[in-house]
Design a binder for this molecule. Structure first.
Ligand SMILES: *Cc1c(COP(=O)(O)O)cnc(C)c1O
Length: 239
């Protein structure tokens, strides 16, 4: 079986080396441990090993796990990284600290409405479809400026930066252009809108070092921490 603590420490070490190579402070890069499909016991192992940020993609699965972990009183920052339907906004407002995938005005409106009721702000990243892939969610780069200006009007959405799920390839070298693209878009948007976009969520298990070299502040890895997921959810016995 995989050793979760060792895996986390390995990744942190690789992040540190990549950051230093790029002349960045390793403290500016945060690891999001993607725990979708992972049961409570292994999540606990990660948290006990010092992992503070957990990423989930499916609200129902996430809700059940977050509820179950409440009694442990861990200090966990829950990040929602999956596609979010507008009618689930309520749950995000309730359970999550951070949303990586804001991609529509309707969703922003609903989130803001629920957050206002709770008197609580949510940190958000705008999801950008950097490769302009037809099947992918996210704002197209050319629409990002107008979108940001609209989102700025919602007082309970605290805009932190950009996120992308870049076109995947077998070779991490291919990812670099997308990471560069997101960073350059960020720089341009900051100038055009005067909104600070400090955070860049990009890079996954296979290419997080490249992402760090290009400026990622959040890298999202699941498989490298918890092992390969079993694709058929029925097989996850642990749940
Ligand atoms: C699942 C997922 C990840 C993690 O993928 P791994 O291959 O397990 O590292 C990262 N980002 C998003 C948006 C995901 O859905």
């Amino acid at each position: 079986m995989e050793n979760i603590r060792e895996n986390i420490n390995n990744i942190l070490k690789k992040i540190r080396i990549a950051a230093e190579k790029a002349g960045r402070s390793p403290d500016d890069v945060k690891l999001v441990a993607v725990s979708k499909g992972v049961g409570i016991e292994r999540i606990k192992e990660a948290v006990i090993a010092g992992q503070k940020i957990l990423g989930e993609s499916f609200y129902q699965e996430a809700r059940d796990k977050i509820e179950a972990l409440l009694i442990e009183k861990y200090e966990i920052n829950w990040h929602f990284i999956g596609h979010l339907q507008t009618n689930k906004a309520k749950y995000i407002a309730k359970y999550f600290d951070y949303l990586h995938t804001l991609d529509s005005l309707e969703l922003a409106l609903e989130l803001n409405r629920h957050l206002e009721k709770k008197g609580k702000a949510l940190s958000v990243l705008i999801q950008v479809n950097i490769g302009k892939e037809g099947q992918k969610h996210g704002i197209l780069p050319e629409n990002a400026k107008d979108f940001l200006c609209e989102i700025k009007k919602f007082p309970y959405l605290d805009i932190k930066g950009l996120m992308t799920i870049h076109p995947l390839s077998d070779n991490p070298i291919d990812s670099i252009r997308w990471f560069k693209g997101l960073r350059e878009l960020r720089d341009k948007l900051e100038l055009e809108t005067n909104i600070k976009l400090n955070e860049l969520s990009m890079g996954m298990s296979d290419d997080f070092e490249e992402a760090v070299m290009e400026g990622a502040t959040f890298v999202r890895t699941g498989a490298q921490i918890f092992g390969e997921r079993i694709k058929n959810k029925e097989k996850i016995k642990e749940k």
